[in-house]
Design a protein around this ligand. Sequence first.
Ligand SMILES: [Zn+2]
Length: 314
Amino acid sequence: MGRTGFVYHPDYLKHDMGAAHPESPARLRAIVSRIQETGTLDRLTRIDPMMASDDWIGQIHAPAYVEALKRRAPTSGRVSLDADTAISPGSIPAAYLAVGGAVAGIDAIAKRSVDHVFCAVRPPGHHAERDRAMGFCLFNNVAIAARYAQQRYHIARVLIVDWDVHHGNGTQHSFYRDGSVLFFSTHQYPHYPGTGRATERGTGAGEGFTINVPMEAGDGNDEYHAVFLNVLLPAAETFKPEFVIISAGFDAHRDDPLAGMGLTEAGYADMTGIVAGIAKRHAGGRLLSSLEGGYDLTALAGSVDAHVKALLDS
Ligand SMILES: [Zn+2]
């Protein structure tokens, strides 16, 4: 059984897009109180996030975008960046700390203080493009973490598994021409953000290193299990990742208000076991999981608890 770390910081609660916004601080409060109640938190190693440096963020995002975000940050109230993404006074520090949570998780795994890490961070990241905030996301935490792992620790091949119900357009675009990062995504299709067709497979040196599996509305544990077994597993056996990262959204849960899939807590535990098995066979167990979506508070908290328990037991 592996050791599992947990990244969290109260400043993640200071990013506030408004009382009616589904991507709210209440999400992290629900997660932390659930894993406290179940005793899962006591089994985890606490890892403190750091403030990410502009150098590492600049591996994925255009410096002009980062500067513009900082310039637009309000001292009170909120500023809208797109139809559903806004920043409050606490947003930019939270975004730096979210990236820094993933980076601190990579450090802890690389130094073998733990085998896996779950990052309970916000804002999420997988929709953030090189020069644009999008879909509740400011910085692409997972993409930056993958590059950091490669450059800081000389890791050649990183597998990113994105099971958020929405396609991880920002992550896909970050590595679309790159054969050193295998990006695998299951997502409801057609759905927001509109990308993620099976024909999007990467290009140039990256051709074949993007794998999109569009899922039909209503698909649940059995359909996801089959895809993870029949598509992800053989691809991972060929790719032989040295590090595995999960873009862990829990909005494909049957109770989620933003999508129409049918996963349950047991489904998330099952997928976690399969991905952790890949990490064990090829990557010395090294696995980082970072929170993306998940908007029904009860379903989110229960699914994270099941996910983290499956990591602890793997
Ligand atoms: Zn999502």
